[in-house]
Ligand binder design. Structure first.
Ligand code: ADA
Length: 582
């Protein structure tokens, strides 16, 4: 899905700012026609979760009503006008001037609604109803009755089946934008390498007759090609001699301009950044541009005080600065797609991203399973459609820690892996499991990702015993699946400022010692292609006996981005001895 852009054919307006909000605890807003105007509302910042902005709204998960005034950008006669929401969590229904524009289910992924026939020049009233409720047939699920076999339900408030706060609201930018009559609907870029030549294959989709021209510029080169449209598509292959490849440390980006032509005259144009790189699995290795690569990095959250699930740009910049400082080259978008601007920066700065769907805490009891399956297919499709052109995205993660004990799980993920590879045959697919050798779904994956907390949740207080247990188990998992393995989560809670010598649980020393011992073990495993510490930063969770102050303290940085002892020790390791290993 193309991000809104402004050029000679297109206009876009960002609707960020102060909207009005009204809680609707009795769910009477539709009956009282709030969609014609919500009446008495309170100022609310968009984009941002609403939970921490308003007194008394923290644990309220909807429905809420948003309202703002929209003056559309001035396009040309015959243009189409769209509304695009970067993310609304969880269910959004949209009205313009009292008329229904559409709806979308699922947070963290964009959706757009055409409003050409609803919008007027001048002032329009935009109203959005948001329902952030937790439910067993949603993805991610919540309000799931506790059942040790299926879900760690019941012990958190709000009752999420996942370990992060269920922030809700309009959490990413909203744009109103226009496209010309003969608009480009989509562009897909695939890159290959032949010797020193980069191959950039551009596929453009658009309706009607005519042709498409693609022009790639960068590093003193300007290479152009064109192709006629056939059945709504045009495919152009550009060859780049002595190409500057994209990789961490040298994230070379070209600029691609794609024009839609009719009788030789341009009618529409979009531009995007292109990184020439390849990613593939070969035996036990993960190869970037044909060379073994190891992922050093973190699981994270889009999480910050007051703004909730929305990271202010300055915090995004700070997080990348901290990732560079510590010597990381990678992160996983745990446990949901991150913002497009975050991935644009990962492209520019050279980070390897495992892009994950919002499927966390999935369980496979028959009730609601068909709905969860349909949502997982939709979200996988929406994720790949949104992020397929980012060179930084090197792998798709279909889920985090599904409760795969039930037989239905393996088939569920086999189908999902097939869908992902059909949509994007160029990237490896993975699943992140806590089952390990018992995760039958790994048979359908290209890479095996495992989360392990030996020495924390089990072997508590005994790092040595935990590491020894991990040593044997990783080998067992590799013997079973014979695929590259990423330890996608490991770590320990450390309350910043809590110190103990000898180390003891919840002290910074214990966290640092455990992480260092894990990293030392992973360096010895030739089939380990990645180490992602859990977590880059402390983050907000639901309330529960394991989360003091409603915070998960496994960050190696605090929630306000200050380094703990573990951050310094990891930095010494990752920046001290540069090697291929994680
Ligand atoms: C799991 C889960 C994380 C977090 C972590 C922890 O691996 O994937 O989201 O909950 O455990 O801190 O216990």
């Amino acid at each position: 899905m193309l991000y809104p852009q402004e050029n000679r054919f297109r206009t876009a307006r960002d609707l960020s700012g102060y909207w009005s909000l009204r809680l609707d605890p009795k769910d009477e807003g539709v009956r009282r026609a709030f969609f014609r105007g919500i009446g008495a509302g309170t100022p609310i910042a968009v984009p941002a979760s609403y939970n921490d902005q308003l007194e008394g709204a923290r644990d309220y998960l909807g429905p809420v009503w948003y309202e703002t005034e929209l003056t559309p950008p001035r396009g040309k006669d015959g243009d189409s006008v769209f509304l695009r929401f970067g993310s609304v969590n969880y269910l959004a229904e949209v009205w313009l001037n009292g008329k229904r524009a559409g709806k979308h289910e699922g947070g963290h992924l964009p959706f757009e609604l055409e409003i050409t026939k609803l919008v007027v020049q001048g002032k329009n009233r935009l109203v959005v109803r948001v329902d952030g409720a937790l439910a067993p047939d949603r993805v991610p699920p919540g309000n799931v009755p506790a059942d040790p076999k299926d879900a760690f339900g019941g012990q958190a408030f709000p009752p999420a089946s996942f370990d992060f706060f269920p922030y809700a609201g309009i959490q990413r930018e909203v744009h109103c934008y226009t496209t010309p009559r003969g608009r480009l609907d989509d562009v897909t870029v695939v890159t290959r390498i032949r010797g020193k030549t980069g191959i950039v294959e551009v596929t453009a989709s658009t309706a009607g007759q005519g042709s498409v021209r693609a022009t790639l510029e960068g590093f003193g080169r300007r290479i152009s090609g064109a192709a006629s449209l056939a059945r709504g598509k045009a495919r152009i292959v550009l060859e780049v001699p002595s190409a500057k490849l994209w990789a961490p440390g040298s994230p070379h980006l070209y600029t691609l301009a794609v024009e839609r032509l009719r009788d030789g005259a341009p009618e529409d144009e979009v531009s995007l950044a292109v990184g020439i790189r390849t990613i593939e699995v070969r035996g036990d290795r993960l190869l970037l541009n044909g060379r073994p690569i190891a992922l050093r990095g973190f699981g994270r959250h889009e999480d910050f005080p007051i703004t909730g699930r929305t990271l202010p740009p300055a915090v995004v910049v700070r997080d990348f600065e901290n990732l560079r400082w510590i010597g990381a080259n990678s992160f996983r978008t745990t446990h949901y797609p991150y913002s497009e601007s975050m991935l644009d920066l990962a492209d520019r700065l050279g980070f390897l991203v495992i892009a994950e769907t919002p499927a966390v805490g999935l369980f496979f009891k028959p009730e609601g399973l068909d709905k969860r399956r349909a949502l997982c297919r939709a979200f996988t499709q929406e994720l790949i459609q949104r992020d397929k052109n980012h060179p930084s995205v090197v792998m798709w993660s279909l889920a985090n820690e599904p409760h795969s004990h039930r037989p239905a799980a393996a088939g569920f993920f086999r189908e999902l892996a097939k869908l992902a590879k059909k949509l994007d045959p160029t990237r490896p697919v993975t699943l992140v499991s806590y089952l390990g050798a018992g995760e039958a779904a790994f048979d359908a994956m290209d890479v095996v990702c495992v989360n392990r907390y030996f020495g924390w949740y089990t072997e508590s207080g005994e790092i040595e015993r935990g590491v020894a247990k991990l040593d044997g188990e990783l080998d067992r998992i590799h013997r079973r699946f014979k695929k590259p393995l990423i330890l996608s989560e490991f770590g320990a809670d450390a309350i910043a400022g809590c110190h103990a010598d000898p180390p003891e649980m919840f002290s910074e020393e214990y966290q640092a010692e455990l992480i260092e011992r894990y990293l030392a073990l992973l360096e010895k495993k030739s089939y380990v292609v990645g180490a992602h510490v859990w977590n880059l930063c402390d983050f907000k969770t639901a309330q529960g006996v394991m989360r003091p102050g409603g915070i998960n303290h496994k960050g190696v940085f605090t929630r306000d981005r200050r380094p703990k002892l573990a951050a310094h020790r990891i930095r010494a390791r990752w920046r001290g001895a540069r090697r291929a290993g994680p």
